[in-house]
Design a protein around this ligand. Structure first.
Ligand SMILES: [Zn+2]
Length: 594
């Protein structure tokens, strides 16, 4: 094993490792397949061999023969498809695991009445919690409420038969709807000012409507009882099983609270970790005024939890930090920081007349100078910044800060990432490449749906053409990494990868969501698969050992039930993973017949 590492460092791993390997048979081998390697030098192969958790051979069936000994476990792929394991460059695994067990609205498009029925059903199922137990409702697809534009408020929840405090969390994770009891317990009233980085929606008299954006609902993290450590460990296991099942072998927890770190560390300590788990602790907006302290806190987490170099057996890595630069561009929140103001309706509901307004969303959550200083300090500490930027104003602020950082740090390998990039000024497209900054995209948003088409009035037809600009960014040379953002959406990696290619919704979507989104050309199948393997591995600083099938790398691979290059692009959504292997060990195997 060490031999490979040593030779790999000198860049001749392929040649030397293959020669050394002839004397020792492989532990496992796959043959008779179509192997997509994500390695530009050797893109397609038929067979793979694994020893001690590492790949010792990638090539033809004939070449594999000398790696097979009496004890080698050989899998005949029968013309099946094998590729590197998926690397999910942005998700929220603990939250995802917890939500799989919570009262959930399942991301569905609901009327107000249906929403009330669903929440009432949760209340009725948990009557023992009356009168004071908190009810938290997850995965509310606020932007897709029917009919489009319908308003919800605390009255929506106050009408339910309960006296319990209720908060309903929007699936985008930037809005909470609270009932009157929950508002009262949080002391959110007419006189309460909007906190920095947050917004309290109000009626004509200034009274809170119940809708709270971003830091305005932070108060609930102290009020609502937290899951116990045991519940968190269970949720972490549920989450890793769910992602392994979809073919994920590495992920970045893109907002890692201490509970996330301790839960996954406990899973690993029990010898049960089956995914390479990377964590990005959050630098809160309030910490922005103290860059030294903010970075020291992340470094503290790194010291406590990071397990150093990646090994065959999955471990815990802390070398990223998360920063939110704005909210979401989705209507009605409009908390994304944008360069051109959101348009407003100067007409009536019946006769709308949309004209440019004044509102550019919030100021970028971190002032430019402080953001740049934080990035410089992170870079010097060997921590990669992972910035949430939805609107083009926030994206520009992120790029500006990276530019300062690049000027001040001339050495070292800092890999800044800007996640979401839902709207980007065309002037900024080439800056991703010029500043060597990764665009981390959730491909499933690149389709006509409530959250995108619902923006047409606010953005106007010209800007709508370049919404979700994956193909345009790629054409400008940006390195694109995939991140599912689960549980902002349901966990469905293959649907997301399909949308990355087609920019279409599911065939079952309502007619108003048929067709392609905007004028962006989308990505090729190869580009989409690379974004979810080698390029996301680059984002996580593990591309030297994972992300592609190359001799010397760890054997993180998946076997699929169909070849994503040979089926219709639409059918990529239906790909099923038959086997997921991490470091040479099978962590998921489909039991269904194929
Ligand atoms: Zn996220």
């Amino acid at each position: 094993m060490t031999r490979f590492v040593a030779f790999h460092l000198f860049g001749i791993s392929l040649l030397v490792a293959s020669c050394l390997a002839t004397d020792t048979p492989a532990d496992r081998a796959y043959r008779n397949g179509t192997v997509f390697t994500a390695d530009v030098q050797n893109p397609v192969a038929e067979a793979v061999a694994i020893r001690d958790g590492r790949i010792v051979y990638v090539g033809s069936n004939e070449g594999l023969i000398r790696f097979i000994g009496p004890a080698t476990r050989v899998t005949d792929l029968k013309s099946g498809f094998l590729m590197p394991g998926l690397v999910d460059g942005h998700l929220h695994p603990l939250e995802g695991g917890l939500r799989l067990r919570q009262c959930s609205l399942n991301y569905e498009s609901l009327s107000v009445e249906e929403l009330q029925q669903r929440v009432q059903a949760c209340i009725d199922r948990t009557r023992s919690q009356e009168p004071d137990g908190w009810l938290e409702v997850a995965s509310w697809f606020q932007e897709s409420m029917r009919p489009a534009g319908v308003k919800t408020s605390r009255a929506t929840l106050d009408a339910l038969k309960t006296s319990r405090p209720i908060i309903v969390r929007s699936s985008f994770g930037h809005t909470v709807l609270a009932n009157s009891r929950a508002l009262a317990l949080a002391k959110i009233a007419n006189a309460t000012p909007d906190p920095p980085g947050g917004k309290i929606w109000r009626d004509a008299n200034g009274n809170p409507t119940g809708l709270l954006e971003d830091s305005a609902y932070a108060v609930y993290s102290d009020l609502v009882p937290k899951p116990t450590p045991e519940e968190n460990v269970f949720a972490a296991k549920v989450a890793q099983e769910a992602v392994n099942r979809q073919g994920v072998t590495s992920f970045l927890d893109a907002d890692a609270a201490p509970e996330d770190l301790s839960a996954f560390t406990a899973v690993q300590a029990a010898g049960q970790l089956t995914v390479r788990a990377h964590f990005a602790p959050l630098i809160e907006v309030a910490q922005g005024s103290d860059p030294v302290g903010a970075v020291a806190k992340v470094v503290g987490y790194k010291k406590q939890y990071d397990q150093g170099a990646i090994k065959a057996k999955p471990g815990i890595t802390v070398r990223n930090a998360k920063l939110f630069l704005d909210g979401v561009i989705a209507a009605p929140a409009l908390t994304g920081a944008v360069l051109e103001p959101y348009r407003v309706n100067a007409g009536t509901q019946e006769n709308p007349h949309w004209v440019p307004g004044q509102n550019r969303g919030p100021s970028v959550y971190f002032p430019a100078q402080l953001l740049a200083e934080i990035l410089v300090r992170l870079g010097r500490a060997g921590i990669d910044p992972h910035m949430h930027a939805d609107g083009d104003g926030a994206v520009r602020a992120a790029l500006d800060a990276v530019e300062v950082m690049r000027k001040q740090i001339d050495r070292g390998d800092v890999r800044p990432a800007i996640a979401h990039d839902e709207i980007v000024s065309p002037a900024d497209f080439p800056r991703f490449k010029a500043l060597d900054t990764i665009s981390v995209l959730s491909f499933q948003w690149e389709k006509p749906a409530g959250d995108t088409i619902g923006l047409t009035n606010y953005f106007g037809p010209e800007r709508m053409k370049i919404l979700e600009p994956a193909g345009l960014l790629a054409a400008a040379g940006a390195r694109i990494a995939f991140g599912s953002d689960w549980p902002v959406d349901a966990l469905d990696e293959w649907f997301a990868l399909k949308v990355g290619v087609t920019r279409t919704n599911a065939p079952s979507a309502p007619p108003e969501f048929h067709g392609k989104l905007g004028e962006d050309p989308g990505l090729s199948r190869e580009a989409v698969l690379r974004a979810a393997t080698i390029d996301a591995a680059y984002e996580l600083h593990e591309d030297d050992v994972t992300g592609s099938l190359q001799v010397g790398k760890f054997a993180d691979l998946i076997v699929l039930d169909r070849d994503p290059f040979k089926i219709s692009a639409e059918d990529i959504a239906n790909v099923h993973v038959l086997e997921t292997v991490v470091g040479g060990r099978t962590v998921y195997e489909s039991t269904s017949q194929h």
